[in-house]
Ligand binder design. Structure first.
Ligand code: ZN
Length: 218
């Protein structure tokens, strides 16, 4: 049975890399809400027009409309053998709607959490530095430059620390994520469909575990 993989992970957990690997190696397209809404801004379909009308009126996109957007996108040919959802469902109401869609599409849902402890997420974000010349990313905790504060390849370039990466802002961002996601994790855990993957390791090691889950749950 083909699968709908609900991919979850906090900001900075490395979920995007895993979604890309699943797409490249497992032929499972990544369906993200961000991409869908970007496409709807220019699509010439009845649904896209409806979404634009709602947005133009300054109204919120209802759950009912969101599920129709997901449905339209995932009924396309490229999703026939399964797909990865990123950013949907956000609530248990949406999760319940997804159950119906999965039945309609003859697919099985499994949730994968790229699990990274809060302290490490904070260090990943607050320790992050980048070179203004080559864009190389460093981390003062995990991947420090040879000389503090400057790029290994550009010794004259002072590394940049993004201002929105302050500890306070990151704590708030992660707490908000945690609060919003907790009910969904519980939802999938209760029905034995939540798979936690240790996200503190290298991307390839994480992917190997995700692949096992995806292959096993057939
Ligand atoms: Zn550099």
């Amino acid at each position: 049975m083909s699968k709908i993989i609900v991919l979850m992970g906090a900001p900075g957990a490395g979920k995007g890399t895993q979604a890309r690997l699943l797409e490249e190696r497992h032929n499972l397209p990544q369906i993200s809400t961000g991409d869908m809404f970007r496409a709807l801004a220019t699509d010439q379909t009845a649904l896209a027009e409806e979404v634009r009308a709602v947005q133009a009126a300054g109204k919120l996109i209802s759950d009912d409309l969101v599920i129709r957007i997901v449905q339209e996108r995932t009924n396309r040919e490229d999703c026939k053998h399964g797909y990865v959802l990123d950013g949907f469902p956000r609530t248990t109401v949406q999760a319940a709607m997804l159950e119906k869609l999965a039945v309609e599409q003859g697919k099985k849902i499994l949730a994968v959490l790229v699990d990274v402890p809060l302290e490490e997420l904070e260090k990943r974000a607050t320790g992050r530095r980048s070179c203004p010349i080559c864009g190389e990313i460093y981390n003062v905790y995990f991947k420090p430059p040879k000389v503090e504060g400057v790029c290994d390849l550009h010794p004259d370039a002072q590394l940049i620390h993004r201002t929105d990466d302050t500890a306070e802002k990151i704590k708030v961002r992660l707490a908000t994520y945690e609060q919003q996601t907790r009910p969904l994790l519980d939802y999938y855990e209760k029905s034995n469909r939540l798979h936690r993957v240790d996200g503190t390791r290298a991307p390839e090691a994480i992917y190997a575990d995700i692949e096992k889950v995806v292959n096993r749950e057939s």
